[in-house]
Write a new protein. Structure first.
Length: 295
């Protein structure tokens, strides 16, 4: 289990490094960085799937598409939803919107809890109700102050639950589905790279990009592989708890890049962070109960 914990924390650290790393890639814009990330990550994911013997999932999925062509529409939808999230993750640090995106990742577990309740009829535990109540205070304060949440926060909070629900509905919630999602993003990735602002003159003015761009692919692929390995090595509850490490690190990166939490934002952040703490406590209790039953 210790190996799984280390792998999970390493994945969160690599995602945070990639969050900061985009600030080093100027004059590339968010779209071109997204294109390079997709083009460089897909071969690494393919190699990992061949080694881990997950490649058969791709063949199974393609046979399902042949039998049910309308499944392809659902896969286009999940690919588009994933592409938006990948783009936003790379775009935000370049435009001073890292805190807004990290807030979305803090709220995401709560959004998933509510999605389970509304879509699948899952019952909320006592602690989950407390967490939702804490989050509601933060949401209410933000709405009172500004009338709405930042659009970057909403894209994460609304987009990811829709993505996961659609993947489950389509039966593509496995590595084969992820590979197909990335393949469907290839035309956009190629377009953004070809039409991007980067020119030969830019490369000559910033020769470090010859190294920085391939390293981006290495970081992205390493983070993704570490994340997948951790999901296999750890109990689901502990894996979910460790996913909270990433948004904490993203806030740190945002502050490192010069963003600040204004005085009027603390009453938004603190209740939502309290809700996350409540969910962590519930996760530990669930994990301990599961361990006792196993013993």
């Amino acid at each position: 289990m210790s190996k799984g914990i280390v792998t999970s924390v390493m994945a969160s650290c690599l995602f945070a490094v990639m969050y900061f790393y985009t600030s080093l890639l100027k004059p590339l814009d968010g779209e071109e960085i997204f294109g390079w990330r997709t083009l460089l990550t897909l071969p690494c994911l393919t190699l990992f799937m061949l080694v881990s013997k997950d490649w058969a999932r791709v063949g199974e999925l393609l046979r399902r598409v042949r039998r049910t062509p309308r499944l392809l529409l659902g896969m286009v939808g999940t690919s588009w939803l994933m592409g938006v999230q990948l783009w936003l993750f790379l775009w935000a640090p370049l435009h001073g919107r890292s805190l807004e995106v990290s807030m979305g990742y803090f709220m995401l577990p709560l959004a998933m809890v509510l999605t389970g309740r509304l879509v699948y009829g899952e019952r909320l535990s006592h602690l989950q109700k407390i967490a939702v109540g804490c989050a509601a205070l933060g949401v209410g304060h933000e709405l009172y102050q500004h009338g709405s949440f930042a659009w970057e926060t909403l894209v994460v909070v609304i987009g990811y639950p829709i993505y996961f629900v659609l993947r489950r509905r389509c039966g593509t919630d496995h590595l084969g589905g992820l590979w197909c999602d990335m393949c469907l993003l290839l035309p956009w990735a190629i377009y953004f790279v070809v039409q991007g602002p980067l020119s030969n003159a830019d490369m000559q003015a910033h020769p470090g990009l010859y190294v920085l761009i391939p390293v981006l692919g290495a970081i992205s692929a390493s983070a993704l592989i570490a994340y997948v390995l951790a999901s296999r090595l750890l109990p689901f509850s502990l894996f979910g708890l460790l996913s909270y490490v990433e948004p904490v690190l993203l806030v740190g990166v945002a502050l490192l890049l010069g963003e600040t939490i204004g005085p009027d934002q603390w009453l938004t952040y603190l209740p939502i962070w309290a809700a996350v703490v409540v969910l962590v406590i519930e996760g530990f209790k669930h994990m301990l109960r599961h361990r006792r039953r196993s013993v």
